[in-house]
Design a protein around this ligand. Sequence first.
Ligand code: FES
Length: 104
Amino acid sequence: MPKFVKVCRTSDVPPGERRLVEAHDKPIALFNIDGTFQAINQVCPHRGGPLAEGRLEGNVVACPWHGWTFCVDTGLPDHDGGHSVSAYEVRVEGDDVLIGWLKP
Ligand code: FES
């Protein structure tokens, strides 16, 4: 399996937007933060809420179901003691957005 897989085109996710994609058999929430793409697991660790549908403020997304918040750069909670989600490497090649393995 290639390390990076194409998931969409850059024009599919304008700045400030997000999209549910799939890579490595995982549902992934892809965000465009002022032209920089970030990817985290789509599934909220609380009760499985869809993070690609959450409210985005800066680089923090709030789960639409109960409001848990995560940094889309790192997948870490934006407050002490919270749960985290997996964050993935993202690469742009030409007009393509590719997702790789988990961020180290
Ligand atoms: S399912 Fe995400 S906060 Fe509850």
